[in-house]
Write a protein that binds this ligand. Sequence first.
Ligand SMILES: Cc1cc2nc3c(=O)[nH]c(=O)nc-3n(C[C@H](O)[C@H](O)[C@H](O)COP(=O)(O)OP(=O)(O)OC[C@H]3O[C@@H](n4cnc5c(N)ncnc54)[C@H](O)[C@@H]3O)c2cc1C
Length: 189
Amino acid sequence: MVVERILVIGAGFAGLWSALSAARKLDELHRGDEAEVAIVNPVPFHSMRVRNYEQPLDPTLVQLDTVLGPTGVRLIEAKATDIDSTKRRVSIERNGAPELLDYDRLILAAGSVLVRPPIPGLEHHSFDVDTYAGACKLQAHLLTLPALPDTAARYTAVVVGAGLTGIELAAELPARLREIVAEGDRGKG
Ligand SMILES: Cc1cc2nc3c(=O)[nH]c(=O)nc-3n(C[C@H](O)[C@H](O)[C@H](O)COP(=O)(O)OP(=O)(O)OC[C@H]3O[C@@H](n4cnc5c(N)ncnc54)[C@H](O)[C@@H]3O)c2cc1C
């Protein structure tokens, strides 16, 4: 029997929802052995991006094998690098090596990325909470503040952008900074 492949790129909310819905529908139709559902994601976890302004972040990560395993959805830990819709083939990079994946149906759910306007200095001197990695980098920076010289600017954070994400972060930062200040003071004995 020819097994079709439903391939999903990205294990964010959209990709996970799509893959799990496809697996559930195949199960309902008793056609689970006619199609494989596979999901390509660079990391083995789903990051709840909406909570990236929080700390600690580890509780917001969902290990994909715990969600996908019971449903039979295959996780391919890799990054999609190209889509050839004529050949129905996706190029991926897995462990640094290129591979090709054929598909019958493709769902592109690779999300979005933060746009940094061309403001001088922004790229090198700013942080973001767009991704789990970005949010961890911001937290690592905040934790270095108690060791810096005692100036008025030391615990001042400027949030650029007053959309919902900026407002959430601005509302959360005072408590996070207070905790870091208290931790720094405790460290001084
Ligand atoms: C701090 C913050 C707060 C937010 N708050 C809210 C909110 O309150 N309400 C709301 O509605 N929205 C909110 N958003 C927006 C929301 O997070 C996004 O709309 C949502 O995550 C989009 O889901 P998605 O599945 O399309 O993409 P994502 O969640 O971005 O997931 C994309 C996935 O694709 C993977 N991927 C990317 N490129 C590739 C590739 N080449 N190959 C394979 N995989 C790839 C990524 O690793 C990721 O796992 C917030 C965003 C942020 C950053």
